[in-house]
Design a protein around this ligand. Structure first.
Ligand code: GLA
Length: 400
């Protein structure tokens, strides 16, 4: 879920279009340094922010993410043999070399497992691919809940699809990225992060039905800014707690004889309250109510109905805090601080897997300056931590 290498970026370094171009130039010149020849191509895949619908994807539910202008960029060239040689500029400038015929998990260099797992998944469909020389850099803050890993996986898949002219589409690529995490890295994540990184649409968020992977793009109103704040709380126990939440959801689905919580209604759940352990009841209540909020947000966004979005985001945060229990006091505090400024003129909630990381807000552009000042003052006062603020735009996915 996070590819665990050191973070060097500051918030000022992140995000702008210029930075995107700078990243391209950087990987190209690093490629020449590393491999003494020019790269054949450069590929990029974005990270994401989820507007609403968290911990629903692995329950066959609904999510509402947008791809953002932070991502992973790779310069690459084909090789004649089956060797993959990766230089990861942001991971302590480490290099990793392996042969596609004998791919093994590396517990020392965790980041390399995202490349390995992804290529193993790719080779199931395209066994004919050969190796490559790769230089990777990224500006998605790691461990912040903005999907640095998914953007890495999708960037790798896009790179190999281009190098070897594969007829790979974004949905298949997303499923391969997810498989890499589930079967190789060891995180039982859902499909949201990879799918939006592959299929996001510029200036739009996407309501994605994780049951059949159908989706609808929804324009983000131009009067609203995508305001993301990193609590800068180091995330701990993320994968184990995440996997536990997923098991708990599956237990409740099983109780009802269903394949996923998507198939259980709130009425059915309420009627079975006495038969379920209280904690399992609460987990399921979050998922079922969150699905309804995600779907309702599509209509609200289309109608520029900010007041309804505001309510839905608030309820979502409270549900993730109280029923699903994946927030931290710092994330709750940030939400309160932001809510205190924007009220029902915008919306705010935690975003992503939780246990630290970011909150996302939809903020009227006219309020951005004031909000920035308040967050920069109040958050350190209350929690002794500096926030990082990312003013984002919604960008195009790698396969769109
Ligand atoms: C992580 C996972 C996603 C999703 C979110 C929570 O980002 O990778 O699949 O489950 O958490 O919504």
């Amino acid at each position: 879920m996070t590819h665990q290498c050191s973070e060097k970026q500051s918030s000022e370094q992140l995000g702008s279009e210029q930075q995107g171009l700078a990243q391209q130039d950087l990987v190209k010149s690093l490629f020449v340094q590393q491999f003494a020849s020019a790269a054949e191509l450069v590929c990029h895949a974005p990270g994401r922010v989820n507007l609403i619908g968290d911990h629903t994807d692995y329950n066959d539910g609904f999510v509402f993410p947008a791809a953002i202008n932070f991502g992973t960029t790779i310069a690459a060239a084909k090789r004649e043999d089956a060797v993959v040689n990766v230089y990861a500029h942001d991971c302590d400038q480490q290099s990793n070399e392996f042969n596609l015929s004998e791919v093994a998990f590396d517990s020392q260099m965790m980041w390399s497992n995202y490349v390995k797992g992804t290529l193993l998944a790719l080779m199931k469909t395209y066994p004919e691919i050969k190796g490559a020389n790769l230089v990777v850099t990224g500006n998605v803050p790691q461990g912040a809940g903005l999907s640095s890993s998914a953007s890495f996986e999708i960037a790798i898949l896009k790179t190999f699809a281009e190098l070897y002219q594969l007829d790979l589409d974004g949905i298949k690529a997303a499923l391969m990225g997810q498989k890499a995490e589930n079967n190789f890295v060891g995180c039982n994540c859902g499909i949201m992060d990879q799918l939006i990184s592959a299929m996001g649409q510029k200036n739009h968020a996407m309501l994605l039905d994780c049951k059949d992977l159908s989706f609808e793009d929804a324009p983000i109103p131009s009067n609203l800014a995508l305001f993301i704040v990193n609590s800068n709380v180091k995330r701990g126990l993320v994968d184990s707690e995440y996997n536990l939440r997923r098991e708990q959801c599956e237990q409740v689905a099983q109780h009802f004889g269903k394949s996923a919580l998507r198939e259980v209604s709130i009425e059915q759940l309420n009627a079975a309250k006495e038969q379920l352990e209280p904690v399992l009841f609460r987990r399921a209540r979050h998922v079922i109510s969150e699905n309804a909020r995600a779907v309702a947000t599509l209509t609200a966004l289309k109608n520029n109905d900010i007041a309804s979005i505001s309510v839905a985001m608030k309820e979502s945060h409270n549900s993730l805090r109280d029923d699903f229990q994946v927030t931290t006091k710092e994330m709750d505090g940030l939400v309160e601080i932001i809510d205190g400024v924007i009220g029902n003129a915008g919306g705010v909630r935690m975003t992503g897997g939780g246990f630290g990381g970011c909150v996302v807000a939809l903020v009227p552009r006219a309020m951005v300056e004031e909000l920035t000042d308040v967050v920069n003052t109040a958050y350190p006062q209350q929690f002794g931590l500096e926030p990082s603020i990312y003013l984002c735009t919604a960008t195009q996915g790698a396969f769109r």
